[in-house]
Design a protein around this ligand. Structure first.
Ligand SMILES: Cc1cc2c(cc1C)N(C[C@H](O)[C@H](O)[C@H](O)COP(=O)(O)O)c1[nH]c(=O)[nH]c(=O)c1N2
Length: 240
């Protein structure tokens, strides 16, 4: 008989995924895209939105801190203010690139704030679990990384729901705080545009636009330390 915890929930699950489930998980990972210009305006049903938030809330977190909060933005007036904050940051960002790159940057579509039916701002409460947090004693930024795990969970869950997500980080934190009324002690992590899409690109849009290409995984894998040792050809061949 399966062991149960105090709430009569089974302690263990069957660890085995079927082949179809494995294929689905990898398909989700490989076809997830950052979506900017392909949002449709139809609303995201509440039960779907609830599943996305549940997925985000089941992300790993340091010391099980769960440092996140989720601000759901559906009011066009609020989106307009977020977009104004983006426009401000975007003007500054454009100036940071030089010459021909600046022109290329200018042509990129880098947000879908007004087009996406829903915005979700994920934040991090850095004090949520008290002063000393298991796993964060030597790496204090682990709470921020935990909140980013929630972002990725939501992003993948959205792809499984056939919804697009676009992360907009060309936003000044203080401007975002002001627009969304986020208290000073709470750190904004991600502003996400969420909604159904006309299509998903097969490759990252930045790759399609010729901005950057995917690096060969080969070059990023090291062995037994920062070494390119021989003897690991089978793995490197498998990586392709
Ligand atoms: C932390 C962080 C922040 C941002 C992004 C991503 C991440 C992880 N990305 C999306 C990014 O450009 C995209 O993920 C890569 O180009 C790879 O493309 P796919 O996500 O695979 O489609 C992104 N894209 C964009 O158009 N505007 C933005 O402000 C940002 N900001």
């Amino acid at each position: 008989m399966a062991m149960r915890d105090a709430t009569d929930t089974p302690i263990q699950y069957d660890p085995a995924f079927t082949l179809d489930e494995r294929v689905a998980v990898y398909r989700c990972i490989h076809t997830r895209r950052d979506v900017r210009g392909q949002f449709r305006h139809d609303p995201v049903p509440d039960e779907v939105l609830a599943r996305l938030l549940e997925a985000a809330h089941h992300a790993p977190s340091v010391g099980f801190m769960q440092p996140w909060d989720f601000i759901v933005i559906r009011d066009p007036a609020v989106k307009k203010k977020v977009h104004a904050a983006f426009a401000c940051a975007q003007a500054e960002a454009t100036e940071m690139f030089e010459n021909e790159q600046r022109e290329r940057y200018r042509r990129l579509k880098l947000e879908g704030i007004l087009d996406a039916p829903v915005g979700i701002c994920i934040t991090c409460d850095r004090a949520r679990a008290g002063k000393v947090v298991l796993g964060r004693t030597h790496q204090p930024e682990m709470d921020l990384y935990s909140a980013v795990c929630a972002v990725e969970n939501l992003w993948l869950a959205a792809r499984a729901e056939n919804l697009g997500v676009g992360w907009v980080s060309i936003l000044d934190y203080n401007a975002l705080r002001e627009v969304l009324g986020i208290p000073p002690e709470i750190q904004p992590i991600a502003y996400l545009c969420v909604g159904s899409v006309t299509h998903f690109y097969a490759k990252p849009e930045l790759e399609v636009a010729g901005w950057r290409t995917r690096l060969p995984l080969h070059d990023l894998v090291w062995f037994d330390g920062w070494h390119k040792r021989t003897g690991n050809e089978p793995l490197l061949d498998a990586i392709g």
